[in-house]
Design a protein around this ligand. Structure first.
Ligand SMILES: *Cc1c(COP(=O)(O)O)cnc(C)c1O
Length: 442
């Protein structure tokens, strides 16, 4: 469905911001439906679900240490550091505008195994599925030592099952690497924008890569149909997955600890701002849900999308959620930020985000490359283009009337840009990204 001109005009009259969005201008949308934490309606998940998800991670920690020795130093826990990036904050101040408060980077680009935020959701859902199958088959119970998941017995057991997933790249990597390691057959249905190196890496790990000429939604639809037709198939559905969401949400419990360790206060006088790059809205939604459970109204979460792929923004602005895509509004969903190249938002995550997020801003691809190069130059940190998008959040928000409207103090704010990926990007690709950013700075 693509809206006819008169229908588009009606939408634009209802939501004037849509004209700027369809003209590809960067925008900041402040969510008029943000609810105070104690006035939230019943949601399909709870804090207890997050705590149970954390327990699953703990059960699998001994297995992860064995299967992925890189997780040894964190005892099998997949987590990333929180780094203060004072020099980058100064550099952003010089190039864009001054940021009051403190700027941190949540370095999910360093997450082990998958090198992106998908290591949270994707690996969690595969482990959840593997555990369910093993329990059902009487192979294990929750009190056993999960090291046995690396045994030949378990591998040959999982070898009779298939996992399918549709992906722009990173989700496929997390599911493919984890699934294949456990012994599953994994089929990854890749959209046209998926990068070649991601396909190559997946094949080298033993996953099957199926390529589609269409976008992410089409890859998902094809993968879903094929996978569920198989009685031993399981589809990781990025457009509608509670398990992915819960895997992401655990980040909040971990971040709470890191903030405490670094003596960073979060309370009425010390607001916390978190800026999350957004594709279908699952990873930023899950993290936001978790953070709201932990910090309530003291945390302010903003999503960021490319100007060409503002799927969650359009879903929330129109109230149509997953029923509309950016293509319906004449946008092309073409962006270099492959992790964010999503035309239609998640059915599970988007309505929840509608109550919890403070707003969404959009960025142009060129900014992503500029930020990428700046961060390399001042802090020697290498992100993929999608992952840099959160770095413009503090400027967007502190220059809007959000702080004033909510009676917040600029100078006491802590800003966290969520760096969602980068570790697995091949050196040559990273060099090209960097050079492109450098050229754009001139
Ligand atoms: C997937 C991804 C995102 C966004 O996550 P969604 O769940 O699709 O919203 C952001 N950054 C990177 C690097 C990603 O791979």
């Amino acid at each position: 469905m693509v809206f006819a001109a008169n229908e588009l005009d009606q939408w634009k009259q209802k939501s004037p911001l849509l004209s700027k969005i369809t003209d590809l201008n960067p925008v900041l949308w402040l969510n008029p439906n943000l609810k105070p934490f104690n006035e939230l309606p019943d949601l399909p998940i709870s804090k207890r679900d997050i705590e149970e998800a954390e327990q699953l991670w703990q059960r699998f920690a001994p297995y992860l240490v064995k299967a992925f020795p890189e997780t040894m130093k964190t005892n099998g826990i997949i987590e990333s550091p929180l780094r203060k990036i004072t020099m980058m904050q100064e550099e952003i101040g010089r190039v864009y505008s001054t940021i009051p408060g403190d700027l941190y980077l949540k370095c999910d680009n360093e997450l082990p195994i998958a090198g992106s935020i998908k290591a949270r959701g994707g690996i969690y859902e595969v482990l959840y599925h593997a555990e369910s199958l093993a329990i059902e088959a009487g192979l294990i119970n929750k009190n056993d030592n999960y090291e046995v998941f690396s045994s030949d017995k378990f591998k040959s057991f999982f070898n009779q099952f298939n996992i399918g997933v549709g992906s722009t790249g990173n989700l496929g990597l997390s599911i493919g690497i984890m699934g294949a390691k456990l012994g599953f057959h994994v089929s990854v249905y890749m959209s046209a924008d998926a990068k070649e190196w991601k396909k190559d890496l997946l094949r080298s790990k033993g996953a099957t890569v199926l390529e589609f000429a269409g976008d992410f939604s089409e890859a998902i639809t094809a993968g879903r149909e094929k996978t569920i037709a198989d009685p031993k198939g399981y589809f990781v559905d990025d457009e509608d997955s509670k398990h992915l969401y819960l895997g992401y949400s655990v980040a909040a419990l971990r971040l709470q600890k890191q903030l405490e360790e670094q003596n960073i206060r979060v309370d009425t006088d010390h607001p916390l701002f978190v800026y999350l790059p957004c594709g279908v809205g699952g990873s930023p939604g899950g993290v936001t849900f978790g953070l709201k459970q932990v910090f309530g109204d003291h945390v302010h979460c903003f999503f960021v999308e490319p100007t060409h792929s503002p799927s969650v923004l359009i879903g929330l602005l129109t109230g149509e959620m997953e029923k509309v895509s950016v293509q319906d509004f004449g946008l092309d969903n073409r962006t270099e930020a492959d992790g964010l190249a999503v035309g239609r938002p998640s059915k599970f995550a988007t309505p929840i985000s509608g109550h919890l997020i403070s707003g969404i801003y959009t960025v142009e691809d060129d900014e992503l490359y500029r930020l990428l190069s700046m961060l390399v130059n001042v802090d020697d940190i290498y992100l993929e283009p999608s992952a840099t998008a959160g770095l413009l959040g503090p400027n967007e928000v502190t220059q809007s009337n959000y702080m004033e409207n909510n009676g917040l103090d600029d100078d006491n704010a802590t800003h966290i840009a969520w760096a969602t990926g980068g570790a697995l990007v091949p050196k040559d690709d990273m060099k090209r990204f960097y050079e492109k950013g450098e050229k754009l700075m001139k």
